[in-house]
Design a protein around this ligand. Sequence first.
Ligand code: PMP
Length: 433
Amino acid sequence: RSAELLARQAVRESNARTYPRRLPIAVADAYGSFLRDLDGNTFIDFLTGAGVLSLGHNHPELVRAVTAQLARLTHGLDFPTPAKDAFTEAQLSMLPEPLRDRMKLHFCGPTGGDAVDAAVKLCKIATGRGDVIAFQGGFHGSSHAAMAVSGLVRQKAPVANGMPGVHFFPYSSCARCPLDLAPDTCSTNCATYLERALKDANGGIALPAAVIMEIVQGEGGVVPAREDFVRRVRDLTRELDIPLIVDEVQTGGGRTGTWFAFERYGIEPDVVVASKALSGIGLPVAVILYDRRLDVWEPGAHIGTFRGNQLAFAAGAEAVRIIRRDDVLGNVRRRGEQIAGRLAPLAEKNPWVRETRGLGLMWGVELADPRDGRPATEAARRVQAAALRRGLVMEVGGRDDCVMRILPPLNVTADVVDTACSILADAIEECCL
Ligand code: PMP
C-alpha cells in the first residue's frame, strides 16, 4: 500500500519532493519515537519531521492542549490572545538570564526560512547597510533571502540572479579546513581571516548588515562550531557593531542539551531565529527573538497571514512545561553521551567512517571512501536504505550527502537509542566493505 501511494505521489506532486525518494514509505500513524507505514511496518523515527518533534509524535499531553485550544480559537493573526501570551512567556522564560529581559519576539510566517528573512530584514533596517556575511556549508531555508545566505551552490545557481548580496567565509570546520591545516596547528584561522577582511579598509569588505551563523551546522552535515571560533566571531561583531544573527531553527528548543545552542558557547547573540521544535509536536511556528534596541520595525514591516497559529502556541507553552517537569534537557545530555559512546567504536572498526560528531541529540556519522578519501555519497545512500529495511528512519546530510544524521525526539529512551545505534552499526557493516 505504501508503494501505491508513492507511485501516485510521483505522478501528482512536484519533482522537488525529497524525503520519500530516499525513504520510500507512506506514513499511516505515529507515536513517540515510532512511525508506522501503511503496510503495518513500525520504524524508529530518528528524522522526527526534520527535527520538529522534540517530544515525539502525538505526545498525549500536547494532544490534549491542542485539542482544548482547537475548540476555543485556531487562528489569531497577530492579535493578543491568552494562548499567544502563554507561549511568549514560555519562550522568554527559557532564555538565559541576561537576555530574558532584553529580548523581544517577532512572530513570523510559519517556517524557519521566513524567520531568517525577517532577521536579515531587521538587521538591514537597523544598520542601514546592505550585504550579509554567512558561512560556507550553512543552511538557512528556501525562500529567496534565506537561500541567498545558505551555502547551497547547486540549488542557488539557477535562481541566483537578483539575490541579496552575501559574502561567504569558511566555517569553523577543522575536518574540512579550506586551507588543509591540521586541527592542532590551527588557532581559528577562519576567524582571523574574517577579522582581516572586515578590518582591511583597502581591499577588505564593507561592513555588513549582519553576520548569520549556525552554532551547529545541521543540513551542512552536523558540524558543531569550535567554541573559540564562535567567541571570536561574537567579539569581532560586537567590536564592529555588526548584529550577530544565530540561526537556531534546528538547534533551538533543547536539541543540543540547552534550550539554545549558543548558551553552551557562552555568547549572547543580537538576534535568534527559532522555529522547528517550538511547538514540540510539529505544528508550524517561527519567531525571531532580538535585542530591544534593534526594534526598529515600522508597523507592517514584516507581516504574514499565518503568524497566529493558536494550536502551535498552546502546544508550545505546554511543551515548555513538560520539558522542565521531566528534565528533558537532562535526557538530551545523557542520551547524547550514550550515542557518543556507541558511535565512537564505529570509526575504529570501519575505515569508511571518517568522523562521528555531534552535540546533545544531534549527531552525524560521516562516511568517506578509504581508498581515496572521497565523500562516500553512494555508500551513505545504501546505509540509509539498509537502516530503513532494519526499521530505522534517518536522514543523510552534508555538502556531499555522506553524513548519516541522528536526530531523535528529545525524550527518547535509552532502549530505543541502543536499538537504533545497533541498526546503524549493522547497516554500515553491511554496506561499507
Ligand atoms: N535554518 C536552519 C538551521 C534549518 O535547519 C532550516 C531547515 N532545515 C531552516 C533554517 C529552514 O527552515 P524551514 O524549512 O522551516 O523554512
